[in-house]
Write a protein that binds this ligand. Structure first.
Ligand code: ADP
Length: 220
């Protein structure tokens, strides 16, 4: 689905894509061009800081075994608890996702009204949690499957079987691409991706600026 050119202003761009597709890199490239950025992963860390209501809910559901000695969330312990337990995973998501959504909404509302030429929201599960409602358009970072596998293995130190399992557990890339307004192909070099980011940044910020200009008056 391609967004018809120039029909809608894009103030908040959602960025999503599969694991190790290059979402972080692409988001960083937008930031360097002047975009304000927000990351769902950062929000997920923020909502479980010691003393937060969400951490309290997690403790209530999963017990004190998910807390480290200093009272912070022990992510590895939590991962062990939910591993292979579908109901536990669902409960975890039911606690985390609404809290992330609420915080994202507040941050995005604030960022919408700043001077930044564009706001970018990086969310790995953007489609899965319905967060496309919170953005004006969605960019999907695409990557060739073999390249994705190699980059994931290298980045996370996984063997091929483990890496394939992680990829297979996700919404297929094709489904994400079918719902994208914009696509950047990150299969090539960083420089090739950079060019695509710059072009899209220009396109989105130039059209927005254009709409803010008074219409030119006929000179004669
Ligand atoms: P994501 O945020 O989607 O999980 P990352 O941005 O972390 O993906 O990229 C995955 C890995 O691939 C990282 O180690 C990153 O440095 C590397 N990488 C990303 N894009 C490229 C590229 N165009 N060329 C080479 N390596 C890349």
């Amino acid at each position: 689905m391609a967004r018809p050119e120039g029909t809608e202003s894009v103030r908040v761009l959602g960025i999503t894509g599969g694991i190790a597709s290059g979402k972080s890199r692409v988001t960083e490239a937008f930031r360097q061009l002047g975009a304000a950025t927000l990351s769902a992963d950062d929000l997920a860390r923020e909502i479980v800081l010691p003393g937060s209501p969400v951490l309290g809910q997690l403790r209530e559901r999963f017990g004190p075994r998910i807390l480290a000695a200093d009272g912070s969330l022990d992510r590895e312990a939590l991962a062990v608890v939910i591993f292979g337990d579908e109901e536990a995973r669902r409960d975890l998501n039911a606690i985390m996702h609404p809290a992330i959504a609420q915080l994202a909404q507040a941050h995005l509302e604030r960022l919408r009204h700043t001077q930044a030429p564009l706001v970018v929201y990086e969310a790995p599960l953007l489609f899965e949690v319905g967060a496309e409602r919170r953005v004006d358009a969605v960019l999907v970072v695409k990557v060739a499957p073999q390249v994705q596998l190699c980059r994931l293995m290298a980045r996370d130190g996984l063997d091929e079987t483990a890496a394939r399992l992680r990829i297979a557990a996700q919404m297929p890339q094709e489904d994400k691409l079918a719902r994208a307004d914009y696509v950047i192909d990150n299969s090539g070099s960083p420089a090739q991706t950079q060019v695509q980011v710059r072009d899209l940044f220009r396109k989105l910020t130039t059209s927005a600026a254009g709409r803010d200009q008074p219409e030119s008056l006929p000179s004669g």
